[in-house]
Design a binder for this molecule. Structure first.
Ligand code: CAA
Ligand code: NAD
Length: 306
């Protein structure tokens, strides 16, 4: 029921938009396509920029499938309304391989590869290309937001918008206050988050922000329990689902977010905090080296059929 309320709010919020009317999402992968979907669902125009046309095709197909899921939930058996909802939302989405085509938006959200130098290069370019009023945001899960924006001039118009996977379902948005973010930018990002159906919380630019700072030790301790042979991964997953009410156990979640993402987030938090709970985990390193990255490749802690 809660999920349905969230989805309905997404759709009906189209009548009540704030100052941000056009959005560009750079990076059309797992997160970027989800962010573009919820933006279009909320009645706003969005451009997705990715490097290759095939990746944009993949993003559009995945958005269409997920919109159909949402439409079926909203309109049950009314096939005409489902179709209308899907095609209206898709009509609001443009795609391009050139960042220049998306530069003229009110808000640009970056959801590209989790590498500091690549993100910095992109933001420096966006800072040059975008009109003065454009707000810039990163969806990084673990890198310092201030470091990502270190080279841009409009530091007052920059911050973090951290979404959760799967974006259309997870109702939270963390709004990360960079050191020089203005109050106007903060308020605009908070109200934009609400306009796309999310409940927004605020955090300073601190390692892992709120959610990953707490999920990191949980995930790391689960991996160590398993690595020591104290319990099977299956029992640990069952334990956290049935004993703590989590929708997925820690190994199912690691496979879902990607073991590489998991390893990188722990590494960055270890470098930034020196807290030993985030120290490297040999089992995780080994699995990443072997390419067992989780669902996206068909195998992580568990095996997945296509
Ligand atoms: N788009 C639209 N709807 C979707 C969807 C998508 N991509 N994926 C799932 N859904 C909907 C389904 O239609 C279904 O809706 P109803 O219950 O209303 O029928 C519902 O979500 C549940 O889906 P499923 O039945 O397919 O699967 P499930 O019950 O196993 O739930 C899940 C899947 C929502 C992912 C759930 O297991 C869950 O919440 N897992 C935890 C996810 C989580 O913790 N995410 C945060 C990761 S950390 C992060 O993202 C931050 C970071 O920086 C790494
Ligand atoms: P992904 O690999 O699915 O998608 C990244 C996309 O960015 C790819 O399609 C790639 O082609 C594109 N890309 C890379 N460099 C680009 C560039 N210079 N210009 C345009 N496009 C470029 O990754 P993802 O899981 O969607 O993660 C994206 C960001 O979101 C990362 O910063 C990640 O840390 C963060 N994040 C991920 C999750 C998660 O659960 N996966 C959750 C929250 C935040």
């Amino acid at each position: 029921m809660n999920k349905l309320v969230g989805l309905t709010r997404n759709f009906s919020s189209s009548a009540n938009l704030n100052a941000i009317k056009t959005v560009t999402v750079v990076g059309g992968g797992l997160m970027g396509s989800g962010i573009a979907q919820v933006t279009a669902q909320a009645g706003q125009n969005v451009t997705i920029v990715d490097l290759q046309p095939e990746l944009l095709d993949k993003a559009q197909k995945s958005i269409q499938a997920n919109l159909t899921r949402v439409g079926r939930k909203l309109y049950k058996d009314d096939a005409g309304k489902v179709e209308g909802f899907v095609s209206d939302s898709l009509d609001r989405i443009k795609v391009s391989t050139k960042v220049e085509d998306g530069a003229n938006a009110d808000l640009i959200i970056e959801a590209i590869v989790e590498k500091l130098d690549v993100k910095q290069e992109l933001f420096n370019k966006l800072d040059q290309l975008a009109p003065e009023h454009t707000l810039l945001a990163t969806n990084t899960s673990s890198i310092s937001v201030n470091a990502i924006g270190a080279g841009i001039k409009r530091k007052d118009k920059f911050g973090g918008l951290h979404f959760f996977n799967p974006v259309p379902v997870m109702r939270l948005l963390e709004v990360i206050k960079s050191d020089q973010m203005s109050e106007d930018t903060y308020q605009a990002m908070m109200s934009w988050g609400k306009s796309v159906g999310k409940t927004c919380i605020t955090c300073k630019d601190t390692p892992g922000f709120v959610v990953n700072r707490l999920l990191g030790p949980y995930s790391a301790e689960a991996l160590r329990l398993y690595e020591r042979g104290d319990a099977t991964k299956e029992d640990i997953d069952i334990g956290m689902k049935l004993g703590a009410g989590y929708p997925m156990g820690p190994f199912e979640l690691a496979d879902y977010t990607g073991l590489d993402t998991n390893k990188y987030a722990l590494q960055v938090m270890y470098e930034m905090t020196k807290n030993p709970v985030f120290r490297p985990i040999p089992l995780l390193d080994k699995m990443v080296a072997e390419g067992k990255l989780g669902r996206k490749v068909g195998e992580g802690f568990y095996k997945y059929s296509k």
